[in-house]
Design a protein around this ligand. Structure first.
Ligand code: GRF
Length: 203
């Protein structure tokens, strides 16, 4: 399966996915990485792995739809089947989603539906939860609201700051996201309404 990764920043999840593919843990190739941010470190990471990378800036387009059309056309040009959002800081419109129906995944650093949106780790600390975690889900039109594929819990410690909690969650993200992608590539994810059933198979 050819993946297209959309990322706005650091790109540690993109790297974890490329590393997992290198180790043979997912039957996938990264066709292209697209960033909306010219300063995103993820662009240099792509180059290190010999993966094509492109920056497409929102400001160069007059509308969100025109921007998303350019992104979708580029993904299609690289033969992308599954769109992987990895720290992509934009909400995608129904137009973009309709171009990749059931074929967009996202990772979010909380146990959804708790704490969607920005600064999920800060939200968790302010709320006072004792357990948070991360969620891989299919993307629908809402904010962090699509069918959940995998989740894993991470403890919150009394002395956590948003940064220390984020770091603990991130280590789990780097394992969970490649696993979800691998399951997709093995055609083992079956969406039944809001629920994603995982078909039997070898991990
Ligand atoms: C991760 O915490 C991810 O859950 C969230 O954005 C962050 C991206 O980090 N959606 P990175 O760019 O993959 O390092």
């Amino acid at each position: 399966v050819t993946l297209g990764i959309l990322a706005s920043g650091r790109g540690s999840n993109a790297q974890a996915i490329m590393d997992a593919i290198r180790r043979g843990e997912a039957d996938a190739t990264v066709g292209i990485i697209i960033s909306d941010n010219p300063a995103a470190p993820v662009l240099a990471r792509a180059a290190e792995y010999g993966v094509p990378a492109r920056c497409i800036e929102r400001a160069r387009f007059t509308s969100r739809e025109a921007f998303e059309e350019a992104v979708a056309d580029e993904l299609i040009a690289y033969g992308v089947e599954l769109v992987v959002l990895a720290g992509f800081m934009r909400l995608l419109s129904p137009y973009f989603i309709s171009r990749f129906p059931g074929r967009i995944m996202n990772i979010h650093p909380s146990l959804l539906p708790a704490f969607p949106g920005l600064d999920a780790q800060g939200q968790a600390l302010r709320y006072g939860v004792k357990v948070s975690g991360c969620t891989v889900h299919f993307v629908d039109e809402g904010m962090d609201s699509g069918p959940i594929i995998l989740q894993e819990a991470v403890p919150v410690r009394d002395d956590d700051t948003p940064a220390t909690l984020a770091e603990r969650i991130l280590a789990v993200e780097h394992v969970l996201y490649p696993r979800a992608i691998s399951l997709y590539c093995q055609r083992r994810l079956v969406v039944e309404g809001r629920r994603v059933r995982i078909r039997e198979g070898e991990e």
